[in-house]
Design a protein around this ligand. Structure first.
Ligand SMILES: O=C(O)c1cccc(O)c1O
Length: 543
């Protein structure tokens, strides 16, 4: 059955999820077609910068025409297309065009640079790359030129917005729609990025059936209906704003998405007022900022019903301030692009909302909390979270060795999170076992950053750990041992070196400390725990 380059659900699980009604045989392409037939004139996407308000009929027609243009350029079912776009309406036009023909978007973030983009393109043998000409003061055409020179499979670069330069403008690609055989519901819909803890990012294969179920489940839990208006504040391709319940949840419900070009209260609050936004999702640092700004704001935020906060730990004190400041219900969300998503429920008692990360979406989400030997801990005890279910992957794309470590033999995903489950079944995140820094919701794999620092000719060894930050929660701290004989080096030289290797800015160490040796554990391994403690002791109170 499977043509996936990744493990998928065993037949008996697939049958169970279909019989339970979780997988309903829907695809994204058909879903949009249905919505456009049901309510063609309802507004689907608002892009305030471009001034566009696309109805469901508009989005449907655009996706069809672009799909035809992609097909005419030889982009076919199963092909990979790296999509790196800011929060603009074309993001949806592109991904629905790809969904329709069964080509797979690979969701890059605007913050990714040469190293990441070249890796995504090479690893997936991408045939096309979609960018905006410029965004946030950065020229993506230069990035595309470098990437194309490096990746032979990459035949097309499409520029969705701005001067295309040497590349093809997306607006020129559209053609009269043609017939095409779309994907099946159990085919892959796209590749999402893992927060990961390994040297290179892992790719997460999601199917139409499984992802659409997570949208339907999220919509129900978050009270989304056709009157909802979602403000997409975080980068649109991120799993959280895409699906929890996110933009795709809105399109599933026949609701409305307002694209926010920038997350500051100065930009977001006027949009909440003018568009009557009812629901949005933020990472904790932004939730803090909004909570501080709202009481003094002249803007009417009264339409806002629900604020989802997730991506990193949200402190109880900050959580308590959300309703008084913003006048809306807080919903904590603890999710992962690999699948499992937990929400506090809208009618949970306040104490539950401010102290837990909620309950899974599905009755068929299986949760295990285990010790270091994979034995279940006693109820209420803290341990490693393992999970399996109707929208949690059974393996990363093309990564058999990594999969053997990240999944148990019976298909549970090792999340790397350390949790406990309360008597009511609510999950409380207590920490993590994976070697990762959670920088305000952006997950940074320590090993990936260490590898880049190690490439510096003067560096003998490097260890990267999290240090506390009052705003981001955590930031990236690198401990570096220089080679004997290497001249003195400044911290900025390491930072610049890493940045110039073409790494997303959020991965560049915030602090670099030079040391003569690393603390060791009893068995002589580097003690990251001691390094984290040292970093915490010496961290400056703010950036
Ligand atoms: O990846 C995440 O952090 C995340 C957070 C909230 C909701 C999600 O779906 C997520 O994937």
């Amino acid at each position: 059955m499977s043509t996936h380059a990744a493990p998928t659900w065993p037949a008996e699980f697939a049958e169970k999820y279909r019989a339970a009604g979780w997988w309903r045989g829907e695809t994204f392409g058909e879903m949009l077609r249905q919505r456009a037939e049901e309510h063609p004139d309802r507004v689907a996407i608002i892009d305030p910068v471009a001034g566009s308000r696309w109805t469901y009929a508009d989005l449907d027609r655009r996706a069809d025409r672009l799909a035809a243009g992609f097909l005419a350029r030889g982009i076919a079912k199963g092909d990979k297309v790296v999509v790196q776009l800011p929060n603009i309406a074309e993001f949806f036009e592109v991904i629905f065009a790809l969904f329709r023909i069964g080509a797979l978007p690979v969701f890059a973030l605007p913050a990714h640079r040469e190293t990441e983009i070249a890796y995504f393109c090479e690893f997936t043998e991408a045939v096309a790359y979609v960018i905006a000409a410029e965004h946030g003061g950065y020229d993506y055409r230069e990035l595309a030129a470098k990437t194309r020179a490096q990746v032979p499979t990459l035949k097309h670069v499409f520029v969705a917005q701005g001067d295309p330069g040497e590349f093809e403008a997306l607006a020129e690609v559209a053609e009269e729609p043609v017939g095409y055989g779309g994907p099946r519901p159990d085919d892959l819909a796209f590749l999402q990025l893992s927060g990961g803890s390994t040297g290179v990012p892992k790719l997460i294969p999601r199917t139409h059936d499984d992802y659409i179920y997570s949208l339907r489940g999220s919509n129900e839990i978050c009270g989304v209906d056709e009157n909802s208006v979602y403000l997409c504040v975080l980068p649109a391709a991120h799993n959280f704003p895409l699906s929890s319940p996110g933009s795709l949840g809105m399109l599933y419900a026949g609701a409305r998405v307002v694209l926010c070009p920038q997350p500051s209260p100065e930009v977001a609050f006027p949009l909440i007022e003018s568009e009557g936004v009812t629901i949005t999702g933020l990472v904790p640092p932004l939730a803090l900022l909004w909570t501080e700004a709202a009481p003094g704001s002249a803007h009417d935020l009264s339409t806002l019903d629900v604020l989802l906060v997730g991506g990193a730990k949200f402190s109880e004190e900050a959580a308590r301030r959300v309703r008084p400041a913003l006048g809306c219900t807080l919903q904590q969300v603890f999710g992962m692009a690999e699948g499992l998503v937990n929400y506090t429920r809208l009618d949970d008692p306040v104490e539950t909302i401010v102290t837990t990360q909620g309950l899974p979406i599905s009755p068929d989400d299986e949760i295990l909390v285990v010790d270091d030997e994979d034995r279940e801990v006693a109820p209420g005890e803290t341990g490693h979270l393992l999970t399996r279910g109707p929208y949690t992957i059974r393996g990363y794309w093309n990564a058999p060795e990594h999969n053997a470590r990240s999944f148990t033999e019976d298909g549970f995903y090792r999340t790397g999170d350390v949790v406990r489950v309360t008597e009511t079944g609510h999950i409380v995140v207590e920490g993590r076992a994976k070697d990762q820094i959670n920088r305000g919701g952006e997950k940074v794999a320590a090993e990936e950053v260490e590898n880049h620092i190690l490439a510096h000719p003067a560096v003998h060894d490097a260890n990267v750990v999290a240090e506390p930050d009052p705003y981001l929660g955590e930031r990236v701290c690198a401990y570096v041992i220089l080679r004997s004989g290497a001249g003195p080096l400044k911290a900025v030289a390491i930072k610049r070196f890493v940045r110039e290797r073409g790494l997303a800015a959020f991965k560049v160490p915030d602090r670099v400390e030079f040391v003569d040796a690393f603390p060791q554990t009893g068995v002589g391994k580097v003690s990251k725990k001691d390094l984290r403690n040292a970093a915490a002791r010496t961290a400056s109170p703010s950036l």
